[in-house]
Design a protein around this ligand. Structure first.
Ligand code: ADP
Length: 583
C-alpha cells in the first residue's frame, strides 16, 4: 500500500548545517540515479508513519496519522531520536531497524561460517554485531575429522574482519564488530595482543571477558585455570597478575582491548532461562543473548533545560518524552524486519529496547554545573533513575494494553514481585555518534571533546563546531572577540586561558580537563539506573601511567560498571566506527 502522504500543514524540520550533510549523504532515500527521493520532512514523516502504523497490530483504536504526527514532532524537535538504522530504513523495503545484534559462534566449520554469513547480512542492513569467540577450541587443538590442528579464535576473527571489509553496508555504513574472549580461554594472550599488527582486525572492537574469580585471583596474586571450551576441563594454570598486566599494557599502548565484566552483566540478565549473555554489541552498551537484537533511542537532555525550574530541569516534559519514546521503541520491534527467522523469534520473546540519553554535557553547561563535580553525579543519578522508573512505568502500561513480553513468565521479574512489563529491558546509554550530530548536541553522557573543533565526517568532509552554550556564555560576558574565539578553536579547552573568568573555566570543562576518576564515577552513576550498559570512554592524558589504568579497571569493577574503555591521548589507535566518522 502506498504510504499516506505527509499532511500539507506538517512543519518542515529545522536542520543544522552538519545534519544537512550527514542526512543528505546517508539517510535520505535515493533513487537508482543516486538522486534523493525525499527531503528531510519526507524522511522524518516516513519514519514516523512506519512506526505509528504498528499500532494497528494491537487493534488499538488510535488514529495512525495522529500518532505519526506525535512521533514526527518528537523527532523533529530533536528531543528524541531512534538509532540510525531506524532513521535510514523505516518504511523502506529493507526495513531493518535495529543497531545491535549478538551472534553465537559455535566450534565447528559450519557454525563459524554461518556466523560470518549472518554477520554479513546484518552489516548489509546497517546493524552492528557482537560475538563471543570463547566457544572455539584453542589454537593447536586436535581437529577430529581431519587429524589436523585448529587455528584458534584469533585467526577466525580475521575472516570476520575481511568479510566486514567487503560488505559496504547498502551504501550506508561499513559494519562494526565486537569480539569478546573469556579470560580463561587458553588463547587469551594471543587475543589480548591481536590488534598489535596494524589493520588485521580494524573492523573489530575487542574486549576481554573478565570473571569475578579472575579479579579475585588478581587481588590475591594467584594463578587461575585456563579452560578447554570443549569439555570445561582445565588445561593449564596462568598467573592472573601477568594477564592483568598484559591487558593494562596493551590498553595503555593502544586503547585496545577493553574489558567487560561477564558476571556483573549476567547478574542483570532478565531472562537467564533463555541463556547466558556472552557478548555485547560493538560499542559495548548493549549486552544481548545469542541471536538477540535491540533497537536504541536517545533523549536529548540539552532540551529539557528549563530556566524557570528550580533545578533547571523540566521533569514533566521529560516524563512526556519518555512515555512517547518507549511507545515508539516498542513499535520499532514490530516494524523491523530482521535478517534471520531465529533473530525475529528471539527479539519477539524479550522485546528489549534501549532508551538512553544524549546532550548530558550540554545540560550541565546550561545548568552551570561542572561535569567533574559531586553535583553533576547527583544530577546524573536523579535523571537516570527518573528515566528508568518512568520508562518501566510506560512499559508496564504497554503490557496492560498489548500483553507482557512473551518470556515474562520465565524472566526474573515475577519473583521480584514486578508486575507485567512489555520489554525485558528498557534503558541503554548509546554513544550517539551520528544522532548527536543530527540533534546538534553533545554525545551520550560524554563530556565535550572540545569547545570548538573541526569534525571530520565521512569522505574527508570537515565540519567546524563551536558549542552554542559556551558561545552564549562568552557573548554574555562580552568576550566573543575574534582573538579569543580563534584561541579556543586552536586549544579546544579554556582550562588554561587566563582571559576567561575562573567561573566559566570551571563550568566549561572538556574531556581532557577532567580527571579520569570523574569519567568513571559518571559512568557508574548512570550505570546504577540503566538496565543494559553505558557507552563511555575514560579519557587519560598522554602522561597517564599503566598503574593508573590498572587502578581504573579495579575501580570500575568495584563501582559495578559492566565494562570499561580507556583512551590515552595520543596513543596509537584504530578506533572502530562508532563516532561521527562512521555516519
Ligand atoms: P547512531 O548515533 O548512528 O545511532 P551510535 O553511535 O549510538 O549510533 O552506536 C550505537 C550502536 O550502533 C553501536 O553500538 C553499534 O551496535 C551500532 N553501530 C554504530 N556504528 C556502526 C557502524 N558503522 N556499523 C554498524 N553498526 C554500527
Amino acid at each position: 500500500t502506498a504510504p499516506l502522504p505527509a499532511p500539507a500543514d506538517l512543519p518542515a524540520p529545522v536542520i543544522n548545517p552538519n545534519a544537512t550533510i550527514v542526512l543528505g549523504k546517508r539517510y535520505l532515500r535515493k533513487g537508482p540515479d543516486g538522486r534523493p527521493l525525499e527531503d528531510e520532512t519526507g524522511l522524518f514523516w516516513r519514519v514516523a508513519l512506519a512506526i505509528a502504523s504498528q499500532e494497528a497490530n494491537y487493534g488499538e483504536e488510535r488514529d495512525v496519522t495522529a500518532t505519526a504526527r506525535q512521533f514526527y514532532d518528537l523527532m523533529t524537535s530533536y528531543k528524541f531520536l531512534p538509532n540510525s538504522p531506524t532513521l535510514m530504513n523505516a518504511g523502506t523495503p529493507l526495513g531493518q531497524l535495529a543497531a545491535c545484534f549478538v551472534l553465537p559462534v559455535g566450534d565447528s566449520m559450519e557454525e563459524i561460517f554461518d556466523a560470518v554469513k549472518f554477520a554479513a547480512l546484518i552489516h548489509k542492513s546497517g546493524g552492528g554485531t557482537g560475538f563471543s569467540f570463547s566457544r572455539l577450541r584453542a589454537k593447536h587443538s586436535r581437529v577430529g575429522s581431519t587429524g589436523g590442528v585448529a587455528s584458534g579464535p584469533v585467526s577466525f576473527m580475521r575472516i570476520f574482519n575481511t568479510a566486514t571489509e567487503q560488505v559496504k553496508q547498502g551504501g550506508t555504513r561499513r559494519g562494526a564488530n565486537m569480539g569478546i574472549l573469556r579470560v580463561d580461554h587458553p588463547d587469551i594472550k594471543e587475543f589480548i595482543t591481536c590488534k598489535e599488527h596494524e589493520h588485521a582486525l580494524d573492523n573489530f572492537n575487542i574486549s576481554v571477558g573478565l570473571t569475578e574469580a579472575f579479579m579475585q585471583a588478581v587481588d590475591a596474586n594467584r594463578d587461575y585455570d585456563l579452560i578447554d571450551p570443549r569439555d570445561g576441563i582445565a588445561t593449564a594454570r596462568q598467573s592472573a597478575r601477568e594477564i592483568f598486566e598484559l591487558l593494562v599494557r596493551k590498553a595503555w599502548e593502544s586503547g585496545d582491548p577493553g574489558i567487560v565484566f561477564l558476571d556483573r552483566i549476567n547478574r542483570d540478565n532478565p531472562t537467564p532461562a533463555l541463556g547466558e549473555i556472552e557478548s555485547t554489541n560493538p560499542c559495548g552498551e548493549q549486552p544481548l543473548l545469542p541471536y538477540e537484537a535491540c533497537n536504541l533511542g536517545s533523549i536529548n537532555l540539552a532540551l529539557i533545560f528549563s530556566p524557570a525550574a528550580p533545578d533547571g530541569v523540566d521533569w514533566e516534559e521529560l516524563a512526556r518524552i519518555i512515555r512517547l519514546s518507549v511507545r515508539f521503541l516498542d513499535n520499532v520491534i514490530d516494524a523491523s524486519q530482521y535478517p534471520l527467522p531465529i533473530i525475529t523469534e528471539m527479539v519477539r520473546k524479550n522485546r528489549k529496547i534501549g532508551l538512553g540519553v544524549m546532550g548530558f554535557a550540554d545540560l550541565l553547561y546550561r545548568v552551570r554545573v561542572p561535569y567533574d563535580s559531586p553535583e553533576a553525579l547527583v544530577l546524573a543519578e536523579r535523571l537516570m533513575s527518573f528515566i528508568q522508573a518512568e520508562a518501566q512505568k510506560a512499559s508496564a502500561a504497554l503490557a496492560a494494553e498489548r500483553g507482557p513480553f512473551p518470556a515474562f513468565d520465565v524472566s526474573v521479574f515475577p519473583a521480584k514481585g514486578q508486575g507485567p512489563l512489555r520489554n525485558a529491558t528498557t534503558t541503554t546509554i548509546a554513544p550517539t555518534g551520528t544522532l548527536s550530530i543530527i540533534a546538534g548536541c553533545s554525545s551520550g553522557v560524554e563530556p565535550l571533546f572540545a569547545l570548538s573543533f573541526a569534525r571530520h565526517v565521512m569522505d574527508g568532509e570537515k565540519l567546524v563546531e563551536t558549542n552554542p552554550y559556551f558561545r552564549a556564555a562568552l557573548d554574555a560576558a562580552g568576550l566573543s572577540r575574534p582573538d579569543i574565539i580563534a584561541e579556543v578553536a586552536r586549544k579546544g579547552s579554556v582550562a588554561h586561558m587566563e582571559e576567561i573568568p575562573e567561573a566559566l573555566r570551571r563550568i566549561f570543562v572538556t574531556a581532557m580537563d577532567i580527571e579520569p576518576v570523574w569519567h568513571l564515577r559518571m559512568q557508574a552513576a548512570f550505570q546504577k539506573y540503566t538496565d543494559n550498559a553505558v557507552s563511555k570512554t575514560v579519557n587519560l592524558p598522554n602522561t597517564a601511567t599503566k598503574e593508573e589504568i590498572a587502578g581504573i579497571y579495579r575501580m570500575a569493577f568495584e563501582l559495578g560498571c559492566k565494562g570499561v574503555t580507556v583512551y590515552r591521548d595520543g596513543c596509537k589507535t584504530a578506533q572502530v566506527l562508532c563516532t561521527g566518522e562512521a555516519g
